[in-house]
Design a protein around this ligand. Sequence first.
Ligand code: NAD
Length: 253
Amino acid sequence: MRFKDKIIFITGAAGGIGHDACLSFAKEGASIAVTDIDIGMAKKVSDEIKKSGGQAEPYQLDVTNIFDTQSIMEKVKDRFGGIDVAFCNAGIREIKSALELDVKDWKKVIDVNVNGVFFTAQTFAKMCVKQKKPGNIVITASTLGISAANSRCAYTTSKHATVGLTKQLAIDLADHNIRVNAVGPGVIKTPLTERYFQDEQVAERIKNIHAMKRVGNPSEVSNAVMFLASDEASFCTGSILVVDGGWTAGKVM
Ligand SMILES: NC(=O)c1ccc[n+]([C@@H]2O[C@H](COP(=O)([O-])OP(=O)(O)OC[C@H]3O[C@@H](n4cnc5c(N)ncnc54)[C@H](O)[C@@H]3O)[C@@H](O)[C@H]2O)c1
């Protein structure tokens, strides 16, 4: 029970990776603030945790709204007595190249994937500093925060920004005993990527990007997130832990 009596705040908690992280942290004894823009799905995840004997509460949160982020974090603090870990996970993707992308889509991806992560992390960090408590932030970056791929212009840019933000926050918050790390998943089978698997040829191509010739499961990401959020990672801050089956290790020739 690595997270007994710990409170975990998760954004994008109703999606593939978020959902798995909610269940995994709950299994390790944590209480979960299940936040998502989709409150119906957040309620389902929260009910699932409660049914299996865990503690959870659903909240509707659009991470692009800093005022809502601040008020929901206050509500979570009142409900559970504090927050120990913020998992900044909500993200969206647009499959467009630099020449195709319009300003609206560019701004939307940057707003959710960059502003949303910053608003969650900053609000949480301010709360920790005010309460003179240590804290732990884990950010979901991506292999596309390390290298680029065709037709992923806004997404790649946004995920590179989360890698930079992870390092910057680690430096700015170290004196306050707040660790900040990121995971960099390769392709993980979730609703975000389900389109890839509807076409056999595309699915095969996607698998072969990874040296291990397969895609990942959400639980393989959650395991890395829990490691970074746990005391086992007590000397890790500013690190990007790739969970990518060898994608970023090099090209497969
Ligand atoms: N699935 C992959 O292959 C993969 C790979 C690398 C990184 N990631 C990253 O992992 C994170 C989770 O992705 P996933 O695969 O679980 O996707 P998903 O689409 O299954 O889940 C994303 C969740 O975020 C929520 N969301 C969307 N906009 C939001 C907003 N403005 N505010 C709050 N919540 C919002 C959605 O409702 C959804 O529940 C994302 O940051 C994504 O970029 C995913």
